[in-house]
Design a protein around this ligand. Structure first.
Ligand code: DC
Length: 224
């Protein structure tokens, strides 16, 4: 049984998905971290972000891996831990461009499905319910007001020791949402069978409880 969690930037997907996975003993997979890792590798190796073919070759030549550690999910490029690097503004500002290329998405989706093979997972991203795991037993579309999403991203960055400017973050988030929603290949969209959860003013615990309850209901129904 899989859970797909999609939604715009800063909706709290990774925080919520990680806690849901831990409560239900499922594997958590943060697909955004994979697109971020490729973007980071491209910048680091001077691969032009406008060149889909070279980006695709780069993706084929590196190994992106994820590992669930005590303090959350870590992401690695060829064995190097880049968990903090992938959150830097230079990566965030360019990841929508990199993730819009069809050949990149095709390969990433393959990798994501491999990670979920033979395991029950909580996977978060933009196209999980619509594209990566269309048969997921529970699909959640997580959102929150634009202001609150900017605030959350601000606190997330500051807590990681990364400098941030709130008004600029609000502008950046709006722009990233626009790019992620308007791209041609697998844009950010709520799956027709997803449950919409607006988390504005709702605590993480409450959101996690809602999803865990929904999951247990779906599971009970499936087993009946
Ligand atoms: O969730 P995040 O902010 O870490 O995601 C970073 C970017 O990656 C996001 O702006 C769009 C892209 N992304 C995607 O296109 N598809 C996914 N399944 C996950 C992320």
């Amino acid at each position: 049984m899989n859970i797909a969690i999609d939604g715009p930037a800063g909706a709290g997907k990774s925080t919520v998905a990680r806690q849901v996975a831990s409560r239900l003993k499922l594997l958590y997979i943060d697909t955004g971290a994979m697109y971020r890792a490729l973007t980071y590798a491209a910048i680091h190796r001077d691969c032009p972000l406008t060149d889909e073919e070279r980006l695709h070759s780069l993706l084929e030549s590196i190994q992106i891996t994820l590992d669930a550690l005590e303090d959350g999910q870590h992401v690695y490029v060829d064995g190097h831990d880049v968990t903090n690097e992938v959150r830097m503004p230079v990566v965030t500002d360019n990841v929508s461009q990199v993730s819009a290329y069809p050949s990149i998405r095709q390969r990433m989706v393959q990798l994501q499905r491999e990670l979920a093979r033979n395991k029950s997972v909580v996977m978060d991203g933009r196209d999980i319910g619509t594209h990566v795991l269309p048969d997921a037993e529970l699909k959640i579309f997580l959102t929150a007001s634009h202001e609150e999403r900017a605030q959350r991203r601000y606190h997330e960055l500051v807590n990681r020791g990364i400098e941030a400017d709130l008004p600029q973050l609000a502008v950046d988030i709006a722009e990233r949402d626009r790019k992620d929603s308007e791209r041609e290949t697998a844009p950010l969209r709520q799956a027709s069978d997803a449950v919409l959860l607006d988390t504005t003013g709702i605590s993480v615990d409450e959101v996690v409880n809602r999803i865990v309850t929904l999951y247990l209901q779906v599971k009970e129904h499936a087993e009946a």
